[in-house]
Design a protein around this ligand. Structure first.
Ligand code: FES
Ligand code: FE
Length: 417
């Protein structure tokens, strides 16, 4: 911690390379960040019906998320309270009773232990089932986004998201949204922070890393311009808004629904949106981007988690969202637009992960001077914030690294606590 305090200076734009390549930092992060803050685990639309369930990882530990018969959503540690067997080994399904594969204890989807095989014989009928329910995990929802935490003392989710909710409303609160299919999952040999850092504020790379896509005519060249805003709020959250956009890239039919769900200012931002890319601290990135499909500019909305599974390895889990009430054809085009751009076979994704992998590899060199190498995060340090209709600290174009500095500032706050 002392060494971190000496060497990491987010406000001055100094971030040492070892933050991406040192096992001690990684281990400390698990304890200080991933076991302390709210971590995204899924969307309510993934368990739409009574009895639906899914298993997810919350900071590396398996949890079961259920919707009970009263439509209430719960989260439990995926461990049988008898002898600790993993209770549920399926990714998802529908059932109201979970039976342990080891000795057959059964639990309702409310967590209550309701069945113990041969209990009269084996326990003389004396086992107190009321004390052996599944361990509840703290779970809260914002506009259908489900976050869990292992920290009983964590502030309420709404406070943790704070002002950033204004932007999440545009992302997933603008209309009734649903997740399309199961999330895509793939492994990238990268430290998780490279993903968050890229999405929280790095619009600067697009014209170079993704240059070939504009040359192919798949996105308008102007997509890569610096025009728009970079905004961050407290707790390390941040985003880039690309504006203006002469075309409304969302389903026209839903304009009334958008207006109902958003304030006039938020609606104005949505109507003018070219793209929106950001990150909820620590590792939940999101994106609205546009692609030309058969001469129509079609937006796609997705969120993605950079789930750490090692110092130099992360699982990318990507959820694609679509407006539930959008016309079927629009939904299909939007899905095509997503698959083509951000997915394991997507062109943007492949450009980015190539870079992520190489950065991570270079950060892990065993050179004696490795610890002294620093990255430069000084872009825009000379600039003053600008006026913007939404909350947070805004800059009136996207080419600054203020958001990355804000991300690491909060990261340091947690790491050195
Ligand atoms: Fe689950 Fe024994 S460990 S029933
Ligand atoms: Fe990129």
């Amino acid at each position: 911690i002392e060494y971190l305090n000496e060497t990491v200076k987010p406000e001055e734009g100094v971030i040492p390379a070892y933050l991406l390549g040192d096992q001690t930092v990684y281990d400390l992060e698990h304890e200080k960040v991933f076991l302390k803050t709210w971590i995204f685990v899924g969307h309510e639309s993934e368990v739409p019906h009574k009895g639906d369930f899914m298993t997810r990882e919350l900071s590396g530990y398996s949890i079961i998320i259920t919707r009970d018969n009263n439509d209430e959503i719960h989260a439990f540690y995926n461990m049988c309270t008898h002898r600790g067997m993993k209770l549920c080994r399926a990714d998802k399904g529908n059932k109201s009773l979970f039976t342990c594969p080891y000795h057959g204890f059964s639990f309702k989807n409310t967590g209550d232990l309701v069945g113990v095989p041969l209990q009269k014989d084996t326990y003389g009928g004396k086992i107190d089932r009321s004390k052996m329910g599944l361990h509840q995990v703290r779970l809260e929802s914002y506009k259908g986004l489900l976050f869990g935490t292992w920290n009983d003392h964590a502030e309420p989710l709404e406070d943790f998201l704070g002002d950033f909710r204004w932007y999440l409303d545009i992302l997933v609160g603008r209309a009734e949204m649903e997740v399309v299919g199961a999330p895509q999952r793939f492994v990238v040999h990268s430290n998780w922070k490279v993903g968050s850092d890229n999405f929280v504020g790095d619009s600067y790379h697009t014209m170079v890393t993704h240059g070939s896509i504009a040359k192919l005519g798949m996105v308008p060249n102007a997509t890569y311009s610096k025009r728009g805003f970079q905004i961050h709020t407290e707790n390390g959250h941040g985003l880039n808004l690309g504006t203006p956009n002469p075309d409304f890239a969302f389903p026209e039919e839903l304009k009334d629904e958008y207006k109902r769900n958003l304030s006039p200012d938020q609606y104005e931002v949505l109507s003018n949106l070219k793209n929106m890319i950001g990150n909820v601290f620590p590792n939940l990135s999101f994106l609205i981007s546009h692609t030309k499909i058969k001469d129509h500019l079609i937006s796609n909305t997705s969120i993605r988690m950079w789930r750490p599974i090692g110092l130099n390895k992360m699982e990318v889990i990507a959820w694609m969202f679509v407006e539930k009430n959008a016309p079927k054809e629009w939904k299909e085009r939007s899905r095509d637009s997503f698959i083509l751009t951000f997915s394991p076979s997507g062109i943007f994704e492949q450009d980015d992960t190539e870079v992520f992998t190489d950065i991570t590899e270079a950060a892990q060199g065993a050179m004696p001077f490795q610890k002294k190498l620093t990255y430069n995060y000084t872009m825009g340090l000379h600039r003053e914030p600008a006026e913007f209709v939404g909350p947070g600290v805004a800059y009136d174009d996207k080419f600054t690294e203020a958001n990355q500095r804000n991300f690491y500032k909060y990261w340091m706050e947690l790491m050195t606590k």
